[in-house]
Design a protein around this ligand. Structure first.
Ligand SMILES: Nc1ncnc2c1ncn2[C@@H]1O[C@H](COP(=O)(O)OP(=O)(O)OP(=O)(O)O)[C@@H](O)[C@H]1O
Ligand SMILES: [Mg+2]
Length: 221
């Protein structure tokens, strides 16, 4: 079982949206997926309750419950756990990072997000966990934001995921329906970006080839 923590102190950078999109991508590629919501806002849990499909499984957990829930997930044959964490300084994000094989750090191309980035980078560095920045909410058809972000990540010695998640309305529309962008508009650019990021994550964690494919059905809303 692999565990991915999605962490970034800055609020509203797309942590929860990314957690759900990757959880759906992993489910569609046949993995047993558990998405854990550690944010008291419970936006990922609420997304799950708006959802008609049963998978991916989503559960709210506290920091105290986390070790036990991860152990249970592993024993139950879970392939991948994605942990959505709250913004701001919290005890949840460090707990999630401690158990993670990979830390994804979503970051929008805003000064406020860049200013918060060192704190999240430090959190991953002190635990020795591999951390990768994911540029989110970027302006479509503009490479300038991507170039600036790359420089900022480089200065922090933070690797950057090759797939950039641009700002597309379908992410918001899908959230309302309890879906992810790739379920709502499978042929969209947004869906392609999620697929590219998921492929890259799979390669990083050496997942995807060994897991049994038991579910390939696309979920309709
Ligand atoms: N790539 C995107 N394109 C357009 N809208 C997006 C994108 N990613 C996220 N959003 C929207 O931006 C808002 C914030 O996203 P989200 O809730 O995922 O951020 P967050 O980092 O989890 O926020 P918080 O820190 O409050 O938990 C939501 O309304 C979401 O639908
Ligand atoms: Mg969130």
């Amino acid at each position: 079982m692999k565990t991915i923590a999605i962490a970034m102190q800055k609020g509203g950078v797309g942590k929860s949206t990314l957690t759900r999109s990757l959880a759906v991508a992993a489910t569609e590629s046949g993995l047993n997926v558990l998405a854990l919501d550690m944010d008291a806002q419970q936006s990922t849990s609420q997304w799950a309750s708006r959802r008609s499909a049963e998978l991916p499984l989503v559960r709210f957990v506290t920091e105290i419950e986390l070790p036990k829930v991860l152990k249970q997930a592993e024993e139950a044959g879970c392939d991948l756990v994605l942990i959505d964490t709250p913004p701001a300084r919290s005890t949840e994000a460090p707990a999630a990072v401690e158990f993670a094989d990979l830390v994804l750090v979503p970051c929008s191309p805003d000064i406020e997000a860049y200013e918060q980035l060192p704190r999240t980078e430090r959190l991953a560095r002190t635990t020795g966990k591999p951390a990768v920045a994911v540029l989110t909410l970027a302006q479509p058809n503009s490479r300038t934001e991507e170039e600036i972000a790359r420089e900022i990540f480089q200065k922090l010695k933070l690797a950057m995921a090759p797939a950039v998640i641009h700002r597309f309305k379908v992410h918001r529309d899908a959230s309302r329906e309890g879906l992810s962008a790739q379920e709502m508009e499978p042929d969209s650019k947004a869906a392609q970006e999620i697929a590219a990021l998921w492929d890259w994550v799979c390669a990083q964690l050496q997942m995807g080839t060994s897991a049994p494919v038991h579910k390939k059905k696309r979920i309709k809303g």
